[in-house]
Design a protein around this ligand. Structure first.
Ligand code: MV4
Length: 447
């Protein structure tokens, strides 16, 4: 197999730019696609070519399979990188790419379907010996059945939609009395939200950490892991701060979690970049939650501590080249933190789009800014409010926090509100500094 000649990037914003940069370093030509309102976007300016694929509304442009395939055919692109969000986990899109002889840079449609359905994902990883929380491995169809399972595993339980994920469509239940209503609501919401009413039950794990393992596979059967990220600092299932490594993992636990993630990936012959999400409880037990079959927003913290360019490796792997690293080559060095900078009110977290008039990015040792905004750029109301990722790397966690605080102080964005002031407060928070964090951190903290 030989390297791609030209890649179309089916995305916008910082991730489109991130992928274009990787292509340039690999000597691959790039095609940007954009909506009507995105003609001034940086990914359009920096790509070799660009194609307008439709109006502002995502459903008509960045999610428009026909328009994107047409753009690839028009420009003679031999591969498509979907980034994250949009069509990145759409198995039908990957099917269409295959039929059109365009390489989808990501997992196979089968991988996406197996992991996209959470009940199937649970069944699949159990066979691979990956630990899961007590609960069902099939859908639960009635309140009676739900009561019986709850009695067996004990309250609290959590009811999850099989077609859900990322925190949507979940109901926590603390007692038999509240189960009937929660069960009905879970099914109704699952059907309305995902077109599939199927739900399953797990024991509810209280105040866990969200720890995920980055994995990388190739088309020769090799799968390795690049260590973990702690993504416990979230608000309404939106991650705000991520770090690598997780401050409470020992080398021994990292190896066990890494091996579990690799086993899960190997069980479906996974041959791309992916992430296996775990819950880590107070007793350092870990349990499989879900697998994300895409590159994630927070991948840079792993790049900083491993020195590996995940996007370049993923592109090489999609072209059929073998991984250039063995598990024993992977060394975790230092500590990295990422703060997501959103165009939002830093207290209410409501969107705050508008024109940037005054922009200065931080720099210096160990500072990285992944962003697609610039001075005089107008942040649009039509899309995700994340406008930049500020990433730092230092020898220790303590130094990384200080470096992040310093970089946040240097970052000037005028004309709109951003979450920078929120991040400054977190970097000064004692519990955060002590590494005393879990997924309920932002519910309990007073900023
Ligand atoms: C859980 C859980 C506790 N126990 N499952 C949220 C995202 C989705 N992937 C699954 N989620 C959870 N599943 C059991 N059995 C707690 C959460 C959860 C959570 C997980 C990770 C990060 C933040 C979270 C916030 C609330 C709930």
């Amino acid at each position: 197999m030989s390297m791609f000649h030209k890649i179309l990037i089916a995305n916008r914003g910082e991730i489109a730019l991130r992928i274009i940069r990787a292509c340039k370093e690999l000597g691959i030509k790039t095609v940007a696609v954009h909506s009507d309102v995105d003609s001034e976007a940086l990914h359009v300016k920096i790509a070799d070519e660009s194609v307008c694929i439709g109006p502002a509304k995502s459903a008509d442009s960045y999610l428009n399979i026909k328009a994107i395939i047409s753009a690839a055919e028009l420009t003679d692109a031999d591969a498509i990188h979907p980034g994250y969000g949009f069509l990145s986990e759409n198995a039908e899109f990957a099917d269409v790419c295959e039929k059109c002889r365009i390489t989808f840079i990501g997992p196979t449609p089968r991988n996406m379907r197996l992991m996209g359905d959470k009940i199937t994902a649970r069944q699949t990883v159990i066979k691979a010996g990956v630990p899961i929380l007590p609960g069902t491995t099939d859908g639960v169809d009635s309140v009676d059945e739900a009561q019986q399972i709850a009695a067996e595993i004990g309250f609290p339980i959590i009811i999850k939609a099989t077609a859900g994920g990322g925190g949507r469509g979940m109901k926590i239940v603390h007692s038999p009395a509240s189960l009937p209503n929660a069960f009905a609501a879970a099914r109704t919401e699952a059907l309305a939200g995902f077109g599939n009413a199927d739900v399953y039950i797990e024991k509810y794990c209280e105040r866990p950490r969200h720890v995920e393992i980055q994995i990388m596979g190739d088309k020769h059967g090799n799968v390795i892991h690049l260590g973990e990220r702690d993504c416990s600092i979230q608000r309404r299932h939106q991650k705000l701060i991520e770090e690598a490594p997780c401050s409470v993992l020992t080398a021994e636990l990292r190896e066990r979690m890494g091996n579990a993630a690799v086993a899960a990936a190997k069980s479906v012959s996974y041959a791309s970049a992916g992430t296996v999400e775990f819950l880590l409880d107070k007793n350092m037990n870990f349990y499989f939650m879900e697998m994300n079959t895409r590159v994630q927003v927070e991948h840079p913290v792993t790049e900083m501590v491993t020195g590996i360019d995940i996007i370049k490796e993923q592109i090489r792997s999609a072209a059929g080249l073998p991984l250039r690293f063995k598990q024993e080559d992977i060394k975790i060095q230092g500590h990295s933190i990422e703060c997501r900078v959103n165009a939002e009110d830093p207290v209410k977290f409501t969107p705050f789009p508008g024109k940037i008039n005054g922009y200065h990015t931080p720099g210096g040792m160990g500072v990285r800014v992944d962003s697609a905004v610039y001075d005089q750029y107008t942040v649009l109301p039509h899309y995700d409010s994340m406008i930049a990722k500020l990433i730092v790397h230092a020898e220790t966690r303590e130094e990384a926090i200080k470096r992040m605080a310093r970089a946040l102080d240097e970052y000037i964005i005028e004309g709109i509100k951003t979450t920078i002031p929120f991040h400054r407060k977190i970097m000064a928070n004692k519990d955060f500094i002590d590494g005393d964090i879990d997924t309920s951190f932002l519910e309990n903290v007073i900023l």
